[in-house]
Design a protein around this ligand. Structure first.
Ligand code: CA
Ligand code: CA
Ligand code: CA
Length: 293
């Protein structure tokens, strides 16, 4: 089981992105999600070498606007960054093409970040994570936000979107497994595809584009939902860079952001393990940032 963050993993997605197909989520049963304007890429500018000069500007995770100035993501996406790292959200559909164009023009990572902000492709915010993270396997407290409440510009100043609807307290428990299995589930994110075997080992092509895929309910745990992403059953799935992104369930015609992508099987073929947003711990973390239903 590996968390589905991108950047800190030594995988080949962003290195040769220009030769990769523009796709994200897993390759099978996935489609672009231009209509999911509330879902955005988690982008960071960071220094790998300790000299104070940023070496990377890239998408690493996914997340969702839950009000005009709060972007819900995973705690592990906000964790363990080098000092001085800056964090941004982009609600653009195709972040990868913009990054490729900046690289082709020879912009440095810092110049690319400035260009993204100046041209309304990214907004800088402030990360916060559940102080109880990493918690336990029963409750990892793997929830965080990029918040814009203390910034002059928030995403609603730049993009038009309707914030996602969070569940009511204990809503998934009240529904129970049978109703949750009958409902439609959808995962959205900017992450890579499932593992591809090559001469140098496994790689994860793609990513940086907002994609969606159907997934199927497997199990409800205390703080987790387990979702099947098996291709033969018509499911898609989530992979590296999809961490923090939404898993929506449609209940009575209403799309609810029931849980966020956290982890799963290492090659991303089988299971999306997602952190519930209707639990007391998730709600107590979120309460200072967003009005909960
Ligand atoms: Ca550096
Ligand atoms: Ca099922
Ligand atoms: Ca807020």
């Amino acid at each position: 089981m590996r968390k589905k963050i991108l950047a800190v993993l030594a995988i080949g997605a962003a290195v040769c992105a220009s030769t990769m197909p523009a796709a994200a989520i897993n390759s099978y049963n996935a489609t672009p999600a231009p209509e999911r304007t509330e879902v955005g890429a988690f982008v960071a500018l960071w220094d790998n070498t300790g000299d104070g000069v940023p070496d990377r500007f890239d998408w690493v995770c996914s997340g969702t606007m839950v009000d005009r100035d709060t972007y819900l993501t995973a705690a592990h996406c906000t964790d363990d960054w080098p000092a001085g790292t800056k964090f941004y959200v982009s609600l653009d559909q195709d972040v990868q093409t913009l990054l490729d164009n900046a690289a082709a023009q020879g912009l440095t990572p810092a110049q690319t970040a400035a260009w993204f902000v100046a041209n309304h492709h990214a907004v800088e915010g402030d990360t916060h994570q559940d102080p109880a993270y990493p918690g336990t396997s029963a409750d990892a407290h793997d929830i965080g936000v990029i918040d814009f409440a203390n910034r002059a510009t928030d995403p609603a100043d730049v993009w038009s979107f309707t914030p996602a609807t969070l569940p009511t307290a204990g809503q998934l428990d009240q529904l129970g497994g049978r109703a949750l299995d009958a409902a439609s589930w959808l995962v959205v994110g900017y992450g890579t595809q499932e593992a591809v075997n090559g001469p140098g080992g496994q790689t994860h092509p793609g990513g940086g584009v907002r994609m969606k895929a159907p997934v199927d309910f497997d199990a409800l745990n205390k703080t987790w939902v387990r979702l099947a992403m098996t291709a033969p059953q018509g499911n898609g799935g989530a992979c590296y860079g999809d961490s923090g992104g939404p898993n929506f369930v449609t209940l009575n015609g209403k799309r609810i952001l029931a849980a966020t992508t956290i982890t799963g099987d290492t090659p991303c073929y089988a299971t999306n393990v997602v952190y519930r947003t209707d639990t007391p711990s998730a709600r107590s973390f979120l309460a200072p940032y967003v009005n909960l239903p």
